[in-house]
Design a protein around this ligand. Structure first.
Ligand code: SAH
Length: 561
Protein backbone atom coordinates (compact mmCIF):
# COMPACT_ATOMS: atom_id res chain seq x y z
CA UNK A 1 0.00 0.00 0.00
CA UNK A 2 1.29 3.46 -0.81
CA UNK A 3 2.46 5.43 2.22
CA UNK A 4 1.16 8.79 3.39
CA UNK A 5 3.84 11.38 4.11
CA UNK A 6 2.49 13.83 6.67
CA UNK A 7 3.90 17.31 7.10
CA UNK A 8 2.87 20.18 9.35
CA UNK A 9 4.62 23.06 7.61
CA UNK A 10 6.70 24.13 4.63
CA UNK A 11 9.91 23.36 6.55
CA UNK A 12 9.33 19.64 5.95
CA UNK A 13 8.46 19.90 2.27
CA UNK A 14 12.00 19.31 0.99
CA UNK A 15 12.37 16.09 3.01
CA UNK A 16 8.87 15.00 1.96
CA UNK A 17 9.86 15.44 -1.67
CA UNK A 18 13.04 13.41 -1.11
CA UNK A 19 10.94 10.59 0.34
CA UNK A 20 8.79 10.68 -2.77
CA UNK A 21 11.93 9.74 -4.64
CA UNK A 22 11.89 6.49 -2.66
CA UNK A 23 8.09 6.01 -2.73
CA UNK A 24 6.90 7.63 -5.98
CA UNK A 25 3.31 6.57 -5.29
CA UNK A 26 3.21 8.15 -1.83
CA UNK A 27 0.94 11.11 -1.23
CA UNK A 28 2.09 14.14 0.74
CA UNK A 29 -0.53 15.33 3.24
CA UNK A 30 -0.15 18.93 4.44
CA UNK A 31 -1.91 21.09 6.99
CA UNK A 32 -4.45 23.34 5.24
CA UNK A 33 -3.53 26.99 5.50
CA UNK A 34 0.15 26.28 6.21
CA UNK A 35 1.23 24.41 3.07
CA UNK A 36 -0.01 24.40 -0.50
CA UNK A 37 2.08 22.26 -2.83
CA UNK A 38 0.88 18.89 -1.47
CA UNK A 39 -1.36 16.07 -2.72
CA UNK A 40 -3.89 16.11 0.12
CA UNK A 41 -4.84 18.84 2.60
CA UNK A 42 -6.02 18.06 6.13
CA UNK A 43 -7.31 20.42 8.79
CA UNK A 44 -6.97 18.33 11.98
CA UNK A 45 -3.63 16.53 12.40
CA UNK A 46 -4.84 13.97 14.96
CA UNK A 47 -8.01 13.09 13.08
CA UNK A 48 -6.12 12.77 9.78
CA UNK A 49 -3.49 10.52 11.35
CA UNK A 50 -6.06 8.26 13.02
CA UNK A 51 -8.07 7.92 9.80
CA UNK A 52 -4.95 6.88 7.89
CA UNK A 53 -3.97 4.43 10.63
CA UNK A 54 -7.43 2.88 10.70
CA UNK A 55 -7.41 2.47 6.93
CA UNK A 56 -4.09 0.57 7.23
CA UNK A 57 -2.09 3.22 5.36
CA UNK A 58 1.65 3.25 6.16
CA UNK A 59 2.41 6.60 7.80
CA UNK A 60 5.65 8.59 7.56
CA UNK A 61 5.17 11.62 9.81
CA UNK A 62 7.72 14.40 9.42
CA UNK A 63 7.45 15.67 12.98
CA UNK A 64 8.26 14.80 16.60
CA UNK A 65 7.71 11.14 17.53
CA UNK A 66 5.83 12.32 20.64
CA UNK A 67 3.14 14.11 18.64
CA UNK A 68 2.54 10.98 16.57
CA UNK A 69 2.34 8.71 19.62
CA UNK A 70 -0.06 11.05 21.41
CA UNK A 71 -2.29 11.37 18.33
CA UNK A 72 -2.54 7.63 17.75
CA UNK A 73 -2.77 6.57 21.40
CA UNK A 74 -6.56 6.36 21.45
CA UNK A 75 -6.76 3.92 18.52
CA UNK A 76 -3.85 1.65 19.39
CA UNK A 77 -5.86 -0.79 21.46
CA UNK A 78 -8.50 -1.24 18.79
CA UNK A 79 -8.33 -4.49 16.90
CA UNK A 80 -7.67 -4.27 13.21
CA UNK A 81 -5.04 -2.82 10.95
CA UNK A 82 -1.55 -2.11 12.29
CA UNK A 83 0.25 -0.32 9.49
CA UNK A 84 3.87 0.80 9.76
CA UNK A 85 4.20 4.21 11.44
CA UNK A 86 7.48 6.15 11.39
CA UNK A 87 8.59 9.54 12.58
CA UNK A 88 11.22 11.23 10.43
CA UNK A 89 12.94 14.44 11.51
CA UNK A 90 11.94 17.42 9.36
CA UNK A 91 15.55 18.00 8.39
CA UNK A 92 16.00 14.32 7.42
CA UNK A 93 18.51 13.70 10.21
CA UNK A 94 16.64 10.88 12.02
CA UNK A 95 14.36 7.95 11.17
CA UNK A 96 12.38 6.37 14.03
CA UNK A 97 10.17 3.31 13.43
CA UNK A 98 7.31 3.54 15.95
CA UNK A 99 4.62 0.98 15.20
CA UNK A 100 3.85 -1.88 12.86
CA UNK A 101 6.72 -4.26 13.58
CA UNK A 102 4.80 -7.06 11.93
CA UNK A 103 3.87 -4.91 8.96
CA UNK A 104 7.47 -4.22 8.06
CA UNK A 105 8.14 -0.90 9.78
CA UNK A 106 11.82 -1.76 10.27
CA UNK A 107 12.21 -2.66 6.62
CA UNK A 108 10.77 0.74 5.74
CA UNK A 109 12.93 2.48 8.35
CA UNK A 110 16.07 0.92 6.89
CA UNK A 111 15.07 1.82 3.33
CA UNK A 112 14.29 5.42 4.32
CA UNK A 113 17.47 5.74 6.36
CA UNK A 114 19.55 4.48 3.45
CA UNK A 115 17.79 6.90 1.10
CA UNK A 116 18.44 9.83 3.45
CA UNK A 117 21.94 8.55 4.29
CA UNK A 118 21.39 8.38 8.04
CA UNK A 119 20.99 5.49 10.51
CA UNK A 120 17.57 4.07 11.39
CA UNK A 121 16.77 4.01 15.12
CA UNK A 122 15.96 0.27 15.22
CA UNK A 123 15.14 -0.90 18.73
CA UNK A 124 13.66 -4.37 18.12
CA UNK A 125 16.05 -6.89 19.69
CA UNK A 126 15.38 -9.72 17.21
CA UNK A 127 16.00 -7.39 14.31
CA UNK A 128 19.18 -6.04 15.80
CA UNK A 129 20.60 -9.46 16.51
CA UNK A 130 19.52 -11.30 13.34
CA UNK A 131 19.19 -8.45 10.86
CA UNK A 132 15.63 -9.48 9.98
CA UNK A 133 12.29 -9.77 11.70
CA UNK A 134 11.57 -13.50 11.71
CA UNK A 135 7.94 -12.78 12.54
CA UNK A 136 7.50 -10.67 9.44
CA UNK A 137 8.48 -12.85 6.48
CA UNK A 138 8.63 -11.17 3.06
CA UNK A 139 5.80 -11.04 0.55
CA UNK A 140 4.74 -14.49 -0.57
CA UNK A 141 5.23 -16.04 2.90
CA UNK A 142 3.03 -15.97 6.00
CA UNK A 143 3.74 -16.66 9.62
CA UNK A 144 1.81 -19.62 11.09
CA UNK A 145 1.15 -18.37 14.60
CA UNK A 146 2.23 -15.07 16.12
CA UNK A 147 2.10 -16.09 19.81
CA UNK A 148 4.20 -19.15 19.14
CA UNK A 149 6.53 -17.06 16.98
CA UNK A 150 7.20 -14.61 19.79
CA UNK A 151 8.22 -17.45 22.15
CA UNK A 152 10.42 -18.87 19.43
CA UNK A 153 12.25 -15.58 18.92
CA UNK A 154 12.80 -15.10 22.63
CA UNK A 155 14.32 -18.60 22.83
CA UNK A 156 16.63 -17.62 19.99
CA UNK A 157 17.56 -14.39 21.72
CA UNK A 158 18.33 -16.39 24.84
CA UNK A 159 21.13 -18.03 22.87
CA UNK A 160 19.71 -21.16 21.24
CA UNK A 161 20.71 -22.19 17.73
CA UNK A 162 18.31 -22.98 14.91
CA UNK A 163 17.95 -24.99 11.72
CA UNK A 164 15.89 -24.22 8.61
CA UNK A 165 13.73 -26.82 6.87
CA UNK A 166 12.38 -25.93 3.45
CA UNK A 167 13.24 -23.01 1.22
CA UNK A 168 13.64 -19.62 2.91
CA UNK A 169 15.80 -17.61 0.49
CA UNK A 170 15.38 -14.35 2.43
CA UNK A 171 17.04 -15.90 5.49
CA UNK A 172 20.31 -16.39 3.59
CA UNK A 173 21.41 -12.84 4.56
CA UNK A 174 20.21 -13.08 8.15
CA UNK A 175 22.70 -13.53 10.98
CA UNK A 176 21.05 -16.64 12.43
CA UNK A 177 22.95 -19.03 14.75
CA UNK A 178 22.53 -22.00 12.37
CA UNK A 179 23.19 -25.57 13.46
CA UNK A 180 21.91 -28.76 11.77
CA UNK A 181 21.43 -30.41 15.16
CA UNK A 182 19.50 -27.50 16.69
CA UNK A 183 16.31 -28.10 18.67
CA UNK A 184 14.62 -24.99 17.26
CA UNK A 185 13.43 -25.34 13.66
CA UNK A 186 12.16 -22.80 11.15
CA UNK A 187 9.89 -24.81 8.94
CA UNK A 188 8.87 -23.43 5.55
CA UNK A 189 6.22 -25.60 3.89
CA UNK A 190 2.66 -25.41 2.62
CA UNK A 191 1.55 -28.75 4.10
CA UNK A 192 -0.71 -28.75 7.14
CA UNK A 193 1.35 -29.31 10.19
CA UNK A 194 0.29 -29.48 13.83
CA UNK A 195 2.12 -26.74 15.77
CA UNK A 196 5.09 -28.06 17.72
CA UNK A 197 6.63 -26.05 20.54
CA UNK A 198 10.09 -25.80 19.02
CA UNK A 199 9.03 -24.85 15.51
CA UNK A 200 8.45 -21.58 13.76
CA UNK A 201 5.96 -22.33 10.98
CA UNK A 202 6.13 -20.21 7.85
CA UNK A 203 3.85 -20.98 4.91
CA UNK A 204 4.86 -20.13 1.36
CA UNK A 205 1.81 -18.88 -0.53
CA UNK A 206 2.37 -21.27 -3.41
CA UNK A 207 -1.06 -22.89 -3.66
CA UNK A 208 -3.71 -21.99 -6.19
CA UNK A 209 -7.23 -23.39 -6.38
CA UNK A 210 -9.17 -23.30 -9.62
CA UNK A 211 -12.92 -23.32 -9.05
CA UNK A 212 -16.06 -23.30 -11.09
CA UNK A 213 -19.04 -21.11 -10.22
CA UNK A 214 -21.16 -24.27 -10.53
CA UNK A 215 -19.84 -25.56 -7.19
CA UNK A 216 -22.64 -25.50 -4.58
CA UNK A 217 -20.63 -23.81 -1.85
CA UNK A 218 -17.39 -22.44 -3.28
CA UNK A 219 -15.73 -21.65 0.07
CA UNK A 220 -16.46 -25.13 1.43
CA UNK A 221 -15.29 -26.70 -1.83
CA UNK A 222 -11.97 -24.85 -1.64
CA UNK A 223 -11.41 -25.65 2.04
CA UNK A 224 -12.18 -29.30 1.46
CA UNK A 225 -9.89 -29.50 -1.56
CA UNK A 226 -7.01 -28.05 0.45
CA UNK A 227 -7.68 -30.39 3.35
CA UNK A 228 -7.72 -33.50 1.24
CA UNK A 229 -4.48 -32.42 -0.44
CA UNK A 230 -2.95 -31.93 3.03
CA UNK A 231 -2.35 -28.22 2.43
CA UNK A 232 -2.66 -25.44 4.99
CA UNK A 233 -5.15 -22.61 4.43
CA UNK A 234 -2.57 -19.79 4.80
CA UNK A 235 -0.65 -21.27 1.85
CA UNK A 236 -3.53 -20.40 -0.48
CA UNK A 237 -2.31 -17.60 -2.76
CA UNK A 238 -5.30 -17.11 -5.02
CA UNK A 239 -8.45 -18.48 -6.60
CA UNK A 240 -8.65 -18.98 -10.32
CA UNK A 241 -11.77 -19.26 -12.49
CA UNK A 242 -12.75 -19.34 -16.15
CA UNK A 243 -13.00 -15.90 -17.79
CA UNK A 244 -16.54 -16.73 -18.96
CA UNK A 245 -17.55 -16.70 -15.27
CA UNK A 246 -16.00 -13.33 -14.53
CA UNK A 247 -19.29 -11.68 -13.61
CA UNK A 248 -20.37 -14.46 -11.23
CA UNK A 249 -21.02 -12.92 -7.81
CA UNK A 250 -20.53 -16.17 -5.86
CA UNK A 251 -16.91 -16.40 -7.04
CA UNK A 252 -16.16 -12.85 -5.92
CA UNK A 253 -17.88 -13.42 -2.57
CA UNK A 254 -15.84 -16.60 -2.02
CA UNK A 255 -12.55 -14.84 -2.78
CA UNK A 256 -13.52 -12.10 -0.36
CA UNK A 257 -14.44 -14.61 2.35
CA UNK A 258 -11.16 -16.48 1.87
CA UNK A 259 -9.31 -13.16 1.69
CA UNK A 260 -7.39 -14.04 -1.49
CA UNK A 261 -7.34 -12.47 -4.95
CA UNK A 262 -9.51 -13.92 -7.72
CA UNK A 263 -7.95 -14.27 -11.18
CA UNK A 264 -9.32 -15.48 -14.49
CA UNK A 265 -7.97 -17.40 -17.42
CA UNK A 266 -9.30 -18.85 -20.68
CA UNK A 267 -12.24 -21.16 -20.06
CA UNK A 268 -11.72 -24.86 -19.43
CA UNK A 269 -12.03 -27.62 -16.87
CA UNK A 270 -10.56 -26.62 -13.44
CA UNK A 271 -7.57 -28.89 -14.10
CA UNK A 272 -6.96 -27.11 -17.41
CA UNK A 273 -7.21 -23.73 -15.70
CA UNK A 274 -4.40 -24.68 -13.33
CA UNK A 275 -2.32 -25.85 -16.27
CA UNK A 276 -2.94 -22.60 -18.22
CA UNK A 277 -2.08 -20.41 -15.29
CA UNK A 278 0.86 -22.22 -13.69
CA UNK A 279 2.13 -24.40 -16.50
CA UNK A 280 1.97 -27.47 -14.28
CA UNK A 281 -0.36 -30.39 -13.73
CA UNK A 282 -2.98 -29.99 -11.05
CA UNK A 283 -2.32 -31.92 -7.87
CA UNK A 284 -5.88 -32.90 -7.35
CA UNK A 285 -8.87 -32.50 -9.63
CA UNK A 286 -12.56 -32.71 -8.79
CA UNK A 287 -15.65 -31.82 -10.83
CA UNK A 288 -15.64 -28.16 -9.77
CA UNK A 289 -12.23 -27.69 -8.32
CA UNK A 290 -8.51 -28.34 -8.90
CA UNK A 291 -5.47 -27.61 -6.75
CA UNK A 292 -2.11 -26.45 -8.10
CA UNK A 293 1.05 -26.19 -6.02
CA UNK A 294 4.00 -24.19 -7.39
CA UNK A 295 7.61 -24.63 -6.28
CA UNK A 296 7.85 -21.02 -5.04
CA UNK A 297 5.32 -18.44 -3.84
CA UNK A 298 2.90 -17.55 -6.63
CA UNK A 299 3.30 -14.13 -8.19
CA UNK A 300 -0.34 -13.11 -8.45
CA UNK A 301 0.14 -10.62 -11.28
CA UNK A 302 1.42 -13.39 -13.53
CA UNK A 303 -1.60 -15.66 -12.99
CA UNK A 304 -4.22 -15.06 -15.70
CA UNK A 305 -5.79 -11.67 -15.24
CA UNK A 306 -8.04 -9.73 -12.95
CA UNK A 307 -11.64 -8.69 -13.72
CA UNK A 308 -11.59 -5.17 -15.12
CA UNK A 309 -13.66 -2.42 -13.59
CA UNK A 310 -15.41 0.54 -15.15
CA UNK A 311 -16.88 3.17 -12.85
CA UNK A 312 -18.89 6.08 -14.18
CA UNK A 313 -18.54 8.69 -11.48
CA UNK A 314 -20.15 12.02 -10.65
CA UNK A 315 -17.79 14.68 -9.31
CA UNK A 316 -20.58 16.83 -7.92
CA UNK A 317 -20.71 20.48 -8.97
CA UNK A 318 -17.00 21.08 -8.36
CA UNK A 319 -16.08 21.64 -4.71
CA UNK A 320 -14.13 18.72 -3.20
CA UNK A 321 -16.39 18.67 -0.09
CA UNK A 322 -19.37 17.91 -2.32
CA UNK A 323 -17.76 14.82 -3.83
CA UNK A 324 -19.03 11.59 -2.24
CA UNK A 325 -16.36 9.44 -0.51
CA UNK A 326 -17.03 6.45 -2.81
CA UNK A 327 -16.07 8.62 -5.78
CA UNK A 328 -12.86 9.78 -4.08
CA UNK A 329 -11.94 6.15 -3.36
CA UNK A 330 -12.68 5.20 -6.98
CA UNK A 331 -10.40 7.96 -8.27
CA UNK A 332 -7.60 6.60 -6.06
CA UNK A 333 -7.93 3.08 -7.43
CA UNK A 334 -8.18 4.18 -11.09
CA UNK A 335 -5.54 3.16 -13.64
CA UNK A 336 -7.21 5.18 -16.41
CA UNK A 337 -9.35 8.30 -16.25
CA UNK A 338 -11.47 9.35 -19.23
CA UNK A 339 -13.55 12.44 -19.75
CA UNK A 340 -13.94 15.96 -20.95
CA UNK A 341 -10.71 17.75 -20.12
CA UNK A 342 -12.26 20.33 -17.76
CA UNK A 343 -13.81 17.58 -15.62
CA UNK A 344 -10.73 15.35 -15.68
CA UNK A 345 -8.73 18.28 -14.35
CA UNK A 346 -11.38 18.93 -11.71
CA UNK A 347 -11.04 15.29 -10.56
CA UNK A 348 -7.26 15.58 -9.97
CA UNK A 349 -4.54 15.72 -8.79
CA UNK A 350 -3.48 12.35 -10.16
CA UNK A 351 -0.43 10.18 -9.59
CA UNK A 352 2.20 9.78 -12.27
CA UNK A 353 1.12 6.16 -12.87
CA UNK A 354 -2.49 7.09 -13.68
CA UNK A 355 -3.22 7.54 -17.39
CA UNK A 356 -5.47 10.45 -18.36
CA UNK A 357 -7.48 10.31 -21.60
CA UNK A 358 -8.96 13.75 -22.19
CA UNK A 359 -11.42 14.15 -25.04
CA UNK A 360 -13.81 16.69 -26.45
CA UNK A 361 -17.17 17.09 -24.73
CA UNK A 362 -19.08 15.78 -27.74
CA UNK A 363 -17.27 12.47 -28.16
CA UNK A 364 -19.31 10.61 -25.56
CA UNK A 365 -19.96 7.35 -27.43
CA UNK A 366 -16.37 7.00 -28.56
CA UNK A 367 -15.21 7.69 -24.99
CA UNK A 368 -17.60 5.05 -23.63
CA UNK A 369 -16.30 2.41 -26.07
CA UNK A 370 -12.70 3.30 -25.29
CA UNK A 371 -13.48 2.88 -21.57
CA UNK A 372 -14.80 -0.65 -22.17
CA UNK A 373 -11.76 -1.57 -24.28
CA UNK A 374 -9.48 -0.60 -21.39
CA UNK A 375 -11.60 -2.23 -18.66
CA UNK A 376 -11.89 -5.48 -20.64
CA UNK A 377 -8.07 -5.73 -20.46
CA UNK A 378 -8.36 -5.91 -16.67
CA UNK A 379 -7.71 -2.24 -15.95
CA UNK A 380 -9.54 -0.10 -13.42
CA UNK A 381 -11.17 2.64 -15.45
CA UNK A 382 -13.03 5.78 -14.41
CA UNK A 383 -15.23 7.89 -16.66
CA UNK A 384 -15.90 11.30 -15.14
CA UNK A 385 -19.00 13.45 -15.35
CA UNK A 386 -19.74 16.64 -13.49
CA UNK A 387 -22.67 16.58 -11.07
CA UNK A 388 -24.35 13.20 -11.28
CA UNK A 389 -23.34 10.81 -14.08
CA UNK A 390 -26.95 9.78 -14.64
CA UNK A 391 -28.21 13.34 -15.25
CA UNK A 392 -27.55 14.38 -18.88
CA UNK A 393 -24.11 12.80 -18.64
CA UNK A 394 -21.96 9.72 -19.24
CA UNK A 395 -23.84 6.90 -17.43
CA UNK A 396 -26.48 6.55 -20.13
CA UNK A 397 -23.85 6.85 -22.90
CA UNK A 398 -21.82 4.04 -21.32
CA UNK A 399 -24.87 1.79 -21.07
CA UNK A 400 -25.86 2.60 -24.63
CA UNK A 401 -22.38 1.62 -25.83
CA UNK A 402 -22.61 -1.66 -23.91
CA UNK A 403 -26.14 -2.38 -25.12
CA UNK A 404 -25.39 -1.91 -28.79
CA UNK A 405 -21.98 -3.63 -28.92
CA UNK A 406 -21.69 -7.33 -29.55
CA UNK A 407 -18.76 -7.71 -27.16
CA UNK A 408 -19.20 -10.44 -24.51
CA UNK A 409 -15.97 -9.39 -22.79
CA UNK A 410 -17.42 -5.91 -22.18
CA UNK A 411 -20.34 -7.49 -20.31
CA UNK A 412 -17.89 -9.26 -17.97
CA UNK A 413 -16.49 -5.93 -16.73
CA UNK A 414 -17.43 -4.83 -13.21
CA UNK A 415 -19.52 -1.80 -14.21
CA UNK A 416 -20.55 0.65 -11.47
CA UNK A 417 -22.27 4.03 -11.51
CA UNK A 418 -21.30 6.23 -8.58
CA UNK A 419 -23.65 9.15 -7.94
CA UNK A 420 -22.81 12.79 -7.43
CA UNK A 421 -24.56 15.97 -6.35
CA UNK A 422 -26.31 17.23 -9.46
CA UNK A 423 -26.21 20.94 -10.36
CA UNK A 424 -29.95 21.39 -9.75
CA UNK A 425 -29.65 20.06 -6.20
CA UNK A 426 -26.46 22.00 -5.42
CA UNK A 427 -28.10 25.21 -6.70
CA UNK A 428 -31.32 24.50 -4.80
CA UNK A 429 -29.38 24.00 -1.57
CA UNK A 430 -27.74 27.42 -1.94
CA UNK A 431 -31.11 29.12 -2.38
CA UNK A 432 -33.03 27.20 0.29
CA UNK A 433 -35.52 24.63 -0.97
CA UNK A 434 -36.94 25.76 -4.32
CA UNK A 435 -37.35 22.08 -5.27
CA UNK A 436 -38.99 21.23 -1.93
CA UNK A 437 -42.08 19.79 -3.62
CA UNK A 438 -42.69 17.96 -6.93
CA UNK A 439 -40.44 19.20 -9.70
CA UNK A 440 -39.48 18.49 -13.28
CA UNK A 441 -35.92 18.26 -14.59
CA UNK A 442 -35.30 19.12 -18.24
CA UNK A 443 -32.40 19.79 -20.54
CA UNK A 444 -33.20 22.61 -22.94
CA UNK A 445 -30.62 21.33 -25.43
CA UNK A 446 -32.10 20.16 -28.70
CA UNK A 447 -28.83 18.55 -29.82
CA UNK A 448 -30.12 15.05 -29.10
CA UNK A 449 -33.92 15.54 -29.19
CA UNK A 450 -36.32 17.57 -31.37
CA UNK A 451 -37.37 20.99 -30.08
CA UNK A 452 -41.03 20.02 -30.43
CA UNK A 453 -40.59 17.42 -27.66
CA UNK A 454 -39.12 20.08 -25.38
CA UNK A 455 -42.07 22.37 -26.08
CA UNK A 456 -44.63 19.66 -25.36
CA UNK A 457 -42.97 18.65 -22.12
CA UNK A 458 -42.64 22.26 -20.97
CA UNK A 459 -46.27 22.91 -21.73
CA UNK A 460 -47.38 19.85 -19.74
CA UNK A 461 -44.99 20.48 -16.83
CA UNK A 462 -46.34 24.02 -16.57
CA UNK A 463 -49.93 22.74 -16.64
CA UNK A 464 -49.03 20.30 -13.87
CA UNK A 465 -47.66 23.21 -11.80
CA UNK A 466 -44.31 21.51 -11.28
CA UNK A 467 -41.28 23.56 -10.23
CA UNK A 468 -38.81 23.45 -13.16
CA UNK A 469 -35.07 22.78 -13.25
CA UNK A 470 -33.42 23.65 -16.58
CA UNK A 471 -30.04 22.15 -17.48
CA UNK A 472 -28.23 23.32 -20.66
CA UNK A 473 -30.46 26.40 -20.76
CA UNK A 474 -28.51 28.21 -23.48
CA UNK A 475 -25.16 28.17 -25.25
CA UNK A 476 -23.32 30.06 -27.95
CA UNK A 477 -24.46 27.49 -30.49
CA UNK A 478 -28.04 27.54 -29.13
CA UNK A 479 -28.76 31.16 -28.18
CA UNK A 480 -32.57 31.05 -28.63
CA UNK A 481 -33.81 28.04 -26.65
CA UNK A 482 -34.12 29.68 -23.23
CA UNK A 483 -36.08 32.64 -24.63
CA UNK A 484 -38.50 30.32 -26.40
CA UNK A 485 -38.89 28.18 -23.28
CA UNK A 486 -39.58 31.22 -21.10
CA UNK A 487 -42.33 32.33 -23.51
CA UNK A 488 -44.14 29.08 -22.79
CA UNK A 489 -43.56 29.29 -19.03
CA UNK A 490 -44.78 32.90 -18.89
CA UNK A 491 -48.10 31.88 -20.43
CA UNK A 492 -48.74 29.70 -17.34
CA UNK A 493 -46.93 31.34 -14.40
CA UNK A 494 -47.26 34.74 -12.76
CA UNK A 495 -44.47 37.34 -13.23
CA UNK A 496 -43.68 37.26 -9.48
CA UNK A 497 -42.83 33.48 -9.60
CA UNK A 498 -39.38 33.13 -7.95
CA UNK A 499 -36.51 32.12 -10.24
CA UNK A 500 -33.13 30.92 -8.93
CA UNK A 501 -30.00 31.11 -11.09
CA UNK A 502 -26.86 29.27 -9.99
CA UNK A 503 -23.68 29.85 -12.00
CA UNK A 504 -20.49 27.85 -11.45
CA UNK A 505 -21.99 26.45 -8.26
CA UNK A 506 -19.31 24.85 -6.08
CA UNK A 507 -16.58 26.27 -8.31
CA UNK A 508 -14.43 29.39 -8.11
CA UNK A 509 -16.56 32.48 -8.82
CA UNK A 510 -19.82 30.79 -7.77
CA UNK A 511 -22.79 33.13 -8.19
CA UNK A 512 -26.38 32.89 -7.02
CA UNK A 513 -29.14 35.17 -8.30
CA UNK A 514 -32.69 35.15 -6.97
CA UNK A 515 -35.08 36.99 -9.21
CA UNK A 516 -38.60 36.62 -10.63
CA UNK A 517 -40.00 35.28 -13.85
CA UNK A 518 -41.04 38.83 -14.82
CA UNK A 519 -37.58 40.29 -14.29
CA UNK A 520 -35.47 37.42 -15.62
CA UNK A 521 -33.59 38.26 -18.81
CA UNK A 522 -31.84 35.77 -21.08
CA UNK A 523 -28.49 37.57 -20.80
CA UNK A 524 -28.34 36.65 -17.08
CA UNK A 525 -27.94 33.01 -18.11
CA UNK A 526 -25.14 31.13 -19.88
CA UNK A 527 -24.14 27.51 -20.41
CA UNK A 528 -22.64 27.29 -16.91
CA UNK A 529 -25.92 28.30 -15.27
CA UNK A 530 -28.67 26.24 -13.70
CA UNK A 531 -32.17 27.75 -13.91
CA UNK A 532 -34.81 26.87 -11.30
CA UNK A 533 -38.32 28.23 -11.91
CA UNK A 534 -40.82 28.11 -9.05
CA UNK A 535 -44.32 26.60 -9.10
CA UNK A 536 -47.42 28.54 -8.02
CA UNK A 537 -46.59 27.86 -4.36
CA UNK A 538 -42.86 28.76 -4.38
CA UNK A 539 -42.19 31.78 -2.18
CA UNK A 540 -39.33 33.89 -0.82
CA UNK A 541 -38.54 35.82 2.35
CA UNK A 542 -35.67 37.94 3.62
CA UNK A 543 -32.54 36.30 4.97
CA UNK A 544 -30.59 37.82 7.89
CA UNK A 545 -27.58 38.49 5.62
CA UNK A 546 -29.62 40.65 3.26
CA UNK A 547 -30.28 37.91 0.69
CA UNK A 548 -33.40 35.84 0.24
CA UNK A 549 -34.54 32.33 1.05
CA UNK A 550 -36.54 30.53 -1.65
CA UNK A 551 -38.69 27.53 -0.88
CA UNK A 552 -41.54 25.47 -2.21
CA UNK A 553 -43.67 24.20 0.68
CA UNK A 554 -44.16 20.47 1.11
CA UNK A 555 -47.97 20.83 1.21
CA UNK A 556 -50.37 21.93 -1.46
CA UNK A 557 -53.42 24.20 -1.03
CA UNK A 558 -56.64 22.25 -1.51
CA UNK A 559 -58.62 23.67 -4.38
CA UNK A 560 -62.36 23.78 -3.67
CA UNK A 561 -64.41 21.38 -5.80
N1 SAH B 1 -24.36 15.80 -15.02
C1 SAH B 1 -24.45 17.21 -14.73
C2 SAH B 1 -25.23 17.99 -15.76
C3 SAH B 1 -24.61 18.04 -17.11
S1 SAH B 1 -25.52 19.04 -18.23
C4 SAH B 1 -25.10 17.36 -13.35
O1 SAH B 1 -25.69 16.40 -12.83
O2 SAH B 1 -25.00 18.45 -12.77
C5 SAH B 1 -24.63 20.55 -18.14
C6 SAH B 1 -25.49 21.65 -17.52
O3 SAH B 1 -25.55 21.45 -16.12
C7 SAH B 1 -24.93 23.03 -17.69
O4 SAH B 1 -25.34 23.61 -18.94
C8 SAH B 1 -25.53 23.78 -16.52
O5 SAH B 1 -26.87 24.10 -16.81
C9 SAH B 1 -25.58 22.70 -15.46
N2 SAH B 1 -24.40 22.74 -14.55
C10 SAH B 1 -23.45 21.79 -14.43
N3 SAH B 1 -22.56 22.13 -13.46
C11 SAH B 1 -22.98 23.31 -12.96
C12 SAH B 1 -22.49 24.17 -11.92
N4 SAH B 1 -21.41 23.87 -11.23
N5 SAH B 1 -23.18 25.31 -11.67
C13 SAH B 1 -24.29 25.62 -12.36
N6 SAH B 1 -24.80 24.83 -13.34
C14 SAH B 1 -24.15 23.70 -13.65
Amino acid sequence: MRPAIIILGNGALATAQRLKGLYPQAQIHGLAGRVEAVDVLYSDFGAALRALYQSATPIIALCAAGIVIRSLASVLLEKGAEPPVLAVAEDASAVVPLLGGLAGVNVMARAIAEHLQVDAAITTSGELRFGTCLLNPPEGYVLGDLGQGKRFVSDLLAGESVRVEGQAPWLADARLPLDDQARLTIRVASQTHAPVADELLIYPRNVLVAVSAEADDIVATVIQALQSAGLAMPALACLLAADTQMADESLHAAALALDVPLRFTAAGHPGQLVEHALGLTALQVGAHCAVGVAALPIEIASVGRVRGRLAVIGLGPGAAELMVPAVKAELTRADDVLGYETYVRMAGPFRADQVLHCTDNREEMQRARHAFELAAQGRSVVVVSSGDPGVFAMAAAVLEALHEADRPEWHQVDLQMLPGVSASLATAALAGAPLGHDFCVMSLSDNLKPWSIIETRLELACQADLALAFYNPISRARPLQLGKALEIVRRHRAPQTPVTLGRDVGRPGQRLIITTLGELTVDQVDSRTMVLVGSSTTCTFAKADGGQWVYTPRWYPHKPG
